[in-house]
Design a protein around this ligand. Structure first.
Ligand code: GLC
Length: 642
């Protein structure tokens, strides 16, 4: 059961779409006038949720700040990331969930002092607080997912392997990447186009010399089974002659500064204006701009720099040292005051600084693009964004931003997945191999072995770092093998994703959700449940060939290497699983089946129904469609038996 409590006059965030009953007396928390909500935690209580935040799955023991932030140094003590997902679940003496629905800053102190106190300080006094009751943490999450609406449904090709790098400059670069994958026998479904495809980083343009005859090029790539996925940044370059800029200025669609002029901020293209995504007319206008791409035959996009990221403004120089007055004591180094310097006009007429609605800016861009693409295309589109807020999960997925090539970040990827799922973001994943820094063969292989199980499986890296396309490494067949596992598992992974989305359920869960009474399973953070039948226990350490795996129940251990599966029944308890770099080991729960398909070089070649069934179950309910229809429903499930 969910109940809402309204304080002040909340700004519309579009997070919740279901009618929710109003309550009068707030349970679970004590409330102070300064909008701080506190609640004592039992000694053993766990706290889940908070989507894209650093640290483990149990968020207890630290402070987290919802204030969307573009910081490529993903350290453990970093309080904010690109998205704000203000939903927590307390699980223990009392079990309940709470969603603090406010677009302004929120500080979650989850017993950071170790004195058993949970406190949530909301900067705005206008908010909706949803209290979610349920018997277990998992049922609380399911109740919550039920009120925020169905997750985005990407096309089948979005579950294929994607290659990306900041630094591909021309159609020739892209063709070479495609050819090299083909030569190495590495399956591939899409290649991302980073900012260099544009004319001087101007959205809704294509660089004429680097990508001549774009429409023909897109078509030719599609004929090879490859989709191109361009990046779209939030800021519109200030430049006479740029039609989108001119129309935006003329119609008053951009955010304003203190004295009512269009606010200027420097991002990749130089000085830009930010579309005022808070207004419906502006969203519709921005969404319709994607026609430029869809007319070229493009069906997938990644939206970036939409926190929004700002390098400098008219009043603040680039890389200006954070001055105490303009900074934020909570997050030194951040130019928080930039966000107090520009304003939105809400649909109800209110003028409000970005600072007060900061956390939904990226989500509103996603909503704009998603609604636009929905109108422009008669099939499902791919969309993932860097910045997000709960609600944006209905229009697109997210990637977890500029991580680095480190074992710590690989582990963080594992922690992020269930937390993001709790907040509705089923379609997500990290930059596989790491964005910043130089990857290694070993790290990339282990990372791919994790990404096999995340809906978004994209290898992406920054300009200036070691190139990390799989074909560049010795022993390419090891990479080929792991990526082919992804494709062989797609009949299962796609089906499980679609069923989870359609049922408004999670796809990737902590063990604690499936084995709530198993004290040991409850504490495990480096193993995950993927769909109804699979448990993964990835290797997250350098230089090791195996690990200890905890099995809460007897399972089938599946080893995949050299293109074949070997299955063995194993008992409950701890066991050591050896997995050399070319091998992926995973587990199938007792009584479950996992359909696996044939090896293919992209999803266009795939027959979802041509499968063999692994595991000990007697039937599997498989979701099957043509991979792009908008008519998705559970009626499309077929029952498979061994
Ligand atoms: C941002 C994005 C990154 C992209 C880069 C250049 O840092 O997070 O993925 O490659 O901008 O567009």
């Amino acid at each position: 059961m969910v109940t809402q409590y309204i304080y002040g006059v909340p700004v519309e965030t579009f997070a919740v779409v279901k009618e929710v009953a109003h309550g009068t007396e707030l349970p679970c928390f004590s409330w102070e006038k300064n909008m701080t909500f506190t609640c004592p935690l039992g000694k053993e209580d766990m706290v889940y949720g908070l989507g894209e935040t650093m640290r483990g799955i149990n968020k207890r023991g630290a402070r987290y700040i919802s204030f969307n932030y573009d910081d490529f140094r993903h350290r453990d003590d970093m309080p904010s990331m690109y998205g704000s997902h203000n939903f927590i679940v307390v699980d223990g003496e009392k079990t309940f969930g709470a969603f603090f629905d406010t677009p302004a800053k929120v500080v979650f102190d989850i017993d950071s002092a170790g004195n058993g106190l949970l406190s949530v300080a909301c900067e705005s006094s206008d908010l909706r607080l949803y209290i979610v009751e349920g018997e277990s943490a998992y049922s609380v999450v399911k109740e919550f997912l039920g009120i925020i609406g169905r997750s985005f449904l990407p096309p089948l090709w979005a579950f294929g392997y994607g290659q990306s790098r900041w630094g591909y400059k021309t159609a020739r670069d892209i063709s070479r990447v495609a050819a090299k994958h083909r030569e190495a026998g590495i399956p591939l479904d899409y290649i991302c186009l980073d900012i260099d495809y544009m004319d001087r980083y101007i959205d809704f343009t294509v660089h004429k010399r680097r990508f001549p005859k774009m429409a023909a090029y897109v078509k030719m790539m599609l004929e090879q089974g490859l989709h191109l996925v361009p990046i779209v940044d939030a800021g519109i370059k200030i430049e006479p002659g740029n039609a989108v800029y001119e129309e935006g200025v003329q119609k008053g669609y951009f955010c304003k500064n203190q004295d009512g002029r269009d606010f200027q901020a420097e991002v990749w293209p130089g000085m830009t204006h930010f579309p005022d995504f808070m207004r419906e007319t502006v969203r519709a206008w921005f969404g319709s701009q994607y026609r430029f791409y869809t007319e070229l035959g493009l069906e997938g996009f990644w939206n970036d720099m939409n926190e929004p990221a700002i390098f400098s403004t008219e009043s603040r120089k680039k890389n200006a040292p954070p001055d105490a007055e303009r900074g934020d004591p909570d997050q030194p180094g951040r130019h928080i005051a930039d966000y107090k310097d520009f304003f939105h006009r809400l649909d109800d007429g209110r003028r409000i600084s970005n600072y007060k609605v900061h956390n939904v800016y990226g989500a509103m861009m996603t909503k704009a693009s998603g609604e636009g693409l929905e109108k422009l295309l008669d099939k499902r589109y791919l969309l993932f964004s860097r910045s997000s807020y709960i609600g944006a999960h209905r229009y697109g997925g997210i990637w977890t931003g500029d991580n680095e090539s480190s074992w710590r970040m690989l582990r963080q990827n594992v922690y992020h997945m269930p937390s993001l799922n709790m907040c509705g973001f089923l379609y997500s994943g990290a930059d596989t191999g790491g964005f910043g820094g130089n990857t290694s063969r070993e790290l990339l292989l282990r990372w791919l072995a994790v990404s096999v199980f995340t809906p978004l499986m994209r290898n992406h890296s920054a300009i200036g770092t070691r190139k990390q396309e799989c074909y560049r490494f010795r022993g390419t067949e090891d990479f080929q093998s792991i990526i082919s596992l992804r494709y062989r598992l797609l009949p299962y992974l796609y089906s499980e994703y679609m069923k989870a989305a359609l049922r408004q359920d999670m796809l990737i869960r902590p063990l604690a959700f499936d084995y709530p009474d198993d004290e040991k399973a409850r504490r495990i953070e480096d193993q995950l449940m993927v769909g109804e039948g699979i448990m993964i226990a990835p290797i997250l350490e350098k230089g090791v060939n195996g690990r200890i795996v905890y099995l809460p129940e007897p399972m089938t251990e599946v080893r995949y290497s050299g293109g074949s599966f070997t299955c063995m029944d194993v008992g409950a308890g701890e066991r050591t699983a050896m997995a050399p770099l070319n091998t992926v080991v995973f587990y199938i729960r007792r009584g479950k089946l996992v359909p696996v398909g044939k090896a293919v070089s992209n999803t266009a070649e795939m027959d979802l129904l041509d499968v063999e069934l692994l595991g000990s179950g007697t039937s599997y309910e498989q979701y099957v469609d043509d991979g792009s229809t908008k008519e998705c429903s559970l009626d499309r499930c077929v029952v498979r038996r061994p």
